[in-house]
Design a protein around this ligand. Structure first.
Ligand SMILES: Nc1ncnc2c1ncn2[C@@H]1O[C@H](COP(=O)(O)OP(=O)(O)O)[C@@H](O)[C@H]1O
Ligand SMILES: [Mg+2]
Length: 510
C-alpha cells in the first residue's frame, strides 16, 4: 500500500517541505530510501525500525520503498525520522493516510520511540505556514521555537505511541499555547558598562554613532588604551531588536543548532568575538556541510575582530563580500546557498608591531618597513568598507584617576534607540532597519545635505581623492549623526564634518 506524509529540511536559512512517499508491498523484504538522502537520513532507517518495534507497534517485513521529494535537494536532517515512521505505519494500514497528510512532522526518533529535538524548527515552521500547513508535530524542546509562528497549531507528543493514539483519535492532545515575549529581557544580565571606561570620549562617541546607525568601526591604538574594553561594551548600548530582526537572528541560531535548549525568540543582539586562529570557513561560513559562519551568527549584532592584523589575510579578504552585500553566498555541488550577514564590524589593532607608533611618551622600535608590512595586511578595499576609523590614544592620567562619574550605558542606549527608531520609520518601506544598510540609490533619495554640507564634502572629496564608496559612507554616518541630533531632516555641515573626522582620524595622524 502507498501513503504520503510531510516532513522538512533546511536550505540556507529557510525551511523546505519534503514530501515522504512510502510504498510497502509483498515481495523480497527490503527497506530502501531514495531521493538523495544523506548519511543521517540513511541511519534513519535503523532508528525508525527500532522505534516502531519498541513502541509496541508492528511493522511487517515487506518490500518497503521510501522516496524523499524534491529529489534534487540534499537532505541532512534527522528530523525526517518521524514523517518516515508515520508514513510507514500508514502504508501498512496501521494509520489512516488522509489524517496523516494534515500534519507536518519534524522530529528525530530515539530508539525507544521518543521524539527528539532537531535544528531549524523556526524556519521550517515559517515555511510550513506559508505553504498552508495548519498543524505541526515537534519534540517538546522545540515547542517554543515553533510557537513563534502565528496561526499554526503546535503539538508535542511524548513519543511515537502517543502520537499514533492521537492520530487514531484515541486520545486528545491540546495544542501548545504561545507565551508573551519581552523584547527588553535581553538587557537584564548585562554587567559591563561604558561607565567603567575613563576618558576616551571620542571612541565612546564613535561607538555610540556606530550603534545608532549600524556602522563599522576600526580602532587603532597603543596597547592598554582600552580598545578591547570599549568593544566588549558595545552590547550594552545596542538598540532593542524589532520583532522582525529578532526572528531573523533566531532563525540563524535555530539552523546552526545554537539556540539554547527550549528557548523561543532571541531578544539580545548577538556579539561574536572569534579568535584570530579561527579558520576562514568558521568566520565566513561554508565547509562541505555548509553552516553559518561567525559573520552570519553576528547578523543584526556585532562581529568583533580584536588584533585585526593577526587574522589570516585570506579571511580578511573574504570579509569583503559579507560587508558589502550584507549576505554571503556559498557555492556547493548542487547550487548556491545564501546566509545573511548584516552586522556591525568592530575591529581593534595596534598601530605597529611593537604597539607604540604615534605615542608621544614611548619609543617605537619598528622600522618604517615593518610598519608598512604590518599595515599592508589590511587591504584598501577592506578599509574602504569601514565607515569609522579612529585613533584611541593612551588614557590620560587625569582621566584615569578622575573620580567623576561617567555616563552609564543605559543613558547612551536611550539616545541610540531614539535615533534608531527614526531610521526604522524612514526605512520601513524598504525593509531596512538602519542607515548603514542604505544603498547608493537610497542615499541619494533620503539623505539631503544642506548647501554648506555639500560644499564641505566636495572639498574633502577632491583634496583627499576619496572613493565613491567613501563618499557614500561619509553621508551615511552624517545621516546617523543628524538622527542622533534629534532627527534633523537635513544633514548640516557640522554633521558632515564629524563624519569626515571619524572616517579619517586615524589616517591623518599616521
Ligand atoms: N580608558 C580606560 N578606563 C579604565 N580602564 C582602562 C582604560 N583603558 C584601559 N583600561 C584598563 O586596562 C586594561 C586593558 O585594556 P584593554 O581594553 O585590554 O586595552 P587594549 O585592548 O587597547 O590593549 C583594561 O582591562 C582596564 O582595566
Ligand atoms: Mg586589546
Amino acid at each position: 500500500m502507498y501513503a504520503r506524509t510531510f516532513g522538512a529540511a533546511t536550505q540556507g536559512v529557510d525551511g523546505l517541505i519534503i514530501s515522504v512517499e512510502v510504498d510497502s508491498a509483498n515481495g523480497m523484504p527490503a527497506f530502501d530510501i531514495v531521493g538523495l538522502p544523506s548519511t543521517a537520513v540513511r541511519e534513519s532507517k535503523e532508528r525508525v525500525r527500532t522505534a516502531i518495534k519498541n513502541s509496541a507497534l508492528r511493522m511487517r517485513t515487506e518490500k518497503i520503498t521510501i522516496n524523499l521529494a524534491p529529489a534534487s535537494v540534499r537532505k541532512e536532517s534527522a528530523g525526517l525520522d518521524l514523517p518516515i515512521a508515520i508514513g510507514l505505519l500508514a502504508a501498512q494500514g496501521r494509520l489512516r493516510p488522509s489524517i496523516c497528510e494534515e500534519f507536518l512532522f519534524v522530529a528525530e526518533l530515539s530508539l525507544e520511540g521518543n521524539l527528539r529535538s532537531v535544528t531549524g524548527v523556526l524556519p521550517i515552521a515559517i515555511t510550513a505556514r506559508a505553504e498552508g500547513f495548519k498543524k505541526i508535530i515537534v519534540a517538546r524542546e522545540n515547542i517554543n521555537e515553533a510557537l513563534l509562528v502565528n496561526d499554526i497549531e503546535v503539538y508535542a507528543p511524548k513519543n511515537l505511541m502517543e502520537l499514533v493514539d492521537f492520530l487514531d483519535g484515541e486520545i486528545e492532545l491540546e495544542p501548545a499555547s504561545p507565551q508573551p515575549v519581552d523584547m527588553a529581557e535581553g538587557f537584564v544580565e548585562l554587567v559591563d558598562d561604558f561607565a567603567d571606561v575613563q576618558g576616551q570620549f571620542m571612541a565612546k562617541r564613535a561607538l555610540e554613532i556606530a550603534a545608532a546607525g549600524g556602522h563599522n568601526v576600526l580602532m587603532v591604538g597603543v596597547p592598554g588604551s582600552g580598545k578591547t574594553m570599549l568593544a566588549k561594551r558595545m552590547s550594552s548600548i545596542l538598540p532593542e531588536m524589532t520583532r522582525e530582526e529578532a526572528l531573523e537572528v533566531t532563525k540563524i541560531y535555530s539552523i546552526a543548532g545554537k539556540l539554547p535548549q527550549g528557548s523561543g525568540l532571541m531578544t539580545k543582539r548577538p556579539f561574536q568575538n572569534p579568535n584570530h586562529d579561527a579558520s576562514t570557513a568558521a568566520i565566513i561560513g561554508g565547509g562541505t556541510n555548509p553552516t553559518p559562519g561567525q559573520v552570519t551568527l553576528a547578523h543584526n549584532g556585532v562581529l568583533f575582530l580584536d588584533e585585526l592584523p593577526e587574522f589570516k589575510k585570506s579571511t580578511l579578504e573574504a570579509l569583503r563580500e559579507p560587508l558589502e552585500e550584507r549576505q554571503i553566498t556559498i557555492s556547493r555541488v548542487n547550487g548556491t546557498l545564501t546566509f545573511p550577514s548584516s552586522m556591525i564590524l568592530i575591529c581593534a589593532m595596534n598601530p605597529c608591531p611593537c604597539g607604540w607608533n604615534g605615542d608621544n611618551d614611548h619609543f617605537c622600535r619598528c622600522s618604517t618597513m615593518e610598519i608598512k608590512r604590518y599595515m599592508r595586511r589590511l587591504s584598501g578595499p577592506l578599509l574602504d568598507r569601514i565607515d569609522i576609523q579612529i585613533r584611541v590614544p593612551r588614557v590620560r592620567y587625569d582621566d584615569l584617576s578622575s573620580k567623576r562619574r561617567n555616563e552609564l550605558s543605559s543613558a547612551i542606549r536611550e539616545r541610540v534607540s531614539s535615533a534608531r527608531r527614526i531610521q526604522t520609520q524612514r526605512l520601513e518601506k524598504y525593509h531596512l532597519f538602519c542607515n548603514a544598510q542604505m544603498t547608493h540609490a537610497l542615499i541619494q533619495k533620503l539623505c539631503i545635505l544642506e548647501p554648506t554640507a555639500e560644499d564641505l564634502l566636495k572639498d574633502v572629496f577632491e583634496t583627499k581623492k576619496l572613493s565613491a564608496r567613501s563618499y557614500d559612507r561619509i553621508i551615511k554616518v552624517g545621516r546617523t549623526i543628524a538622527d542622533l541630533d534629534g532627527g534633523k531632516e537635513s544633514i548640516s555641515a557640522r554633521h558632515i564634518a564629524e563624519a569626515i573626522k571619524l572616517r579619517s582620524d586615524f589616517e591623518i595622524e599616521s
